[in-house]
Design a protein around this ligand. Structure first.
Ligand code: 13P
Ligand code: SF4
Length: 300
């Protein structure tokens, strides 16, 4: 039996759904029941009725699904698929920062550990950060962790200044302003989309900074026959599949997240067969982190 058939059989047998992030390998996205950005995946996780969720993405995403579904089994094909940005701040470091800024609101990008979320007032994703941050009073002091680029992007849009933790995504660092300029020269007239995890000069050189879900919507709605995309290259599979009449070009074909790529058809199949590796979040941490995630979902 081929891997896809076995995955389909095991999904039925286990009453499982497979959720995959837009950066996963094409064949993993194709085997999934739902593919999306962090916000769409978090929302979908709240609607799951199956007994088991197999999460193909990086660890914090599976943790978020578990926090929102404490009663269900959440599995990851490879628990070593983490997000280096999420590991750039610990809960102890955040507590120290909060102690230096009494009264400030702590906001975390969803790319953070459950322990860090548990220390925060609210969470954001790249798909809803602008809307969530608009809900704060203009005089509220904000600590934004861990992504300094998403934080500065939103602060800039809202004309605000936040205390930014100096975290960043190593994969999006590969997308440079020079590469954007080269891509524009190679594809004149094509809109250039980049992810808000890109640095400020890269965002300034692009036409739009969008979440991966925002990029998919833009591609669907735009009349442009060619679109340049400055983010992790896994998104190209979905963009091309959903828009066969349009051409998509990466700003850099080296912008690959090695952790996302740890999800394969092989380990997805093993995960379903052996019902491992189970994601666990201690109840006290999960309860506190859930408040920050649910506060976000209530706004946007
Ligand atoms: P999105 O929520 O835009 O899919 O981003 C997730 C992520 O990890 C980007 O690096
Ligand atoms: Fe983390 Fe960057 Fe990979 Fe997204 S692309 S999961 S932010 S390392």
């Amino acid at each position: 039996m081929d891997l896809n058939e076995e995955i389909a059989r095991l999904k039925r047998e286990r009453n499982a759904v497979v959720l995959a992030h837009n950066y996963c390998r094409g064949e993993v996205q194709d085997a999934a029941d739902f593919t999306g950005d962090s916000l769409e995946l978090a929302r979908r996780a709240t609607q799951v009725e199956a007994d088991v969720i197999v999460f193909c993405g990086v660890y914090f995403m599976a943790e978020t699904a578990k926090i929102l579904n404490p009663g269900r089994k959440v599995l990851v094909p490879d628990p070593s698929a983490g997000c280096p940005m999420a590991d750039m701040i610990t809960a102890a470091q955040l507590r120290e920062l909060k102690a230096k800024h009494p009264g400030a609101k702590a906001v975390c990008y969803v790319n953070s550990t459950a322990e860090v979320k548990a220390e925060c007032d609210i969470c954001v994703t790249s798909g809803n950060a602008e809307k969530v941050m608009r809900a704060f009073a203009p005089d509220e002091e904000i600590l934004f962790v861990p992504d300094r680029h998403l934080g500065s992007h939103i602060a800039g849009l809202l004309g605000r200044s936040y205390t930014l933790w100096p975290g960043y995504c190593p994969t999006h660092q590969i997308v440079t302003a020079k590469a954007v300029a080269d891509a524009r020269a190679a594809h004149p007239g094509a809109p250039v989309l980049v992810h808000p995890e890109c640095a400020a000069d890269v965002r300034a050189a692009a036409d739009h900074a969008l979440s991966t879900g925002g990029m998919c919507r833009f591609a669907r709605e735009s009349a442009a026959p060619e679109i340049v995309v400055g983010t992790e290259t896994g998104i190209l599979h979905r963009l091309r599949k959903e828009n066969p009449d349009k051409a998509f070009y990466p700003v850099s074909d080296r912008a690959v997240c090695p952790n996302m790529k740890k999800n394969t058809l092989q380990n997805l199949c093993e995960s379903l067969r052996e019902m491992r590796v189970e994601v666990e979040v201690p109840a006290e941490t999960a309860d506190r982190a859930r408040r920050a995630i649910e506060a976000m979902l209530a706004v946007a």
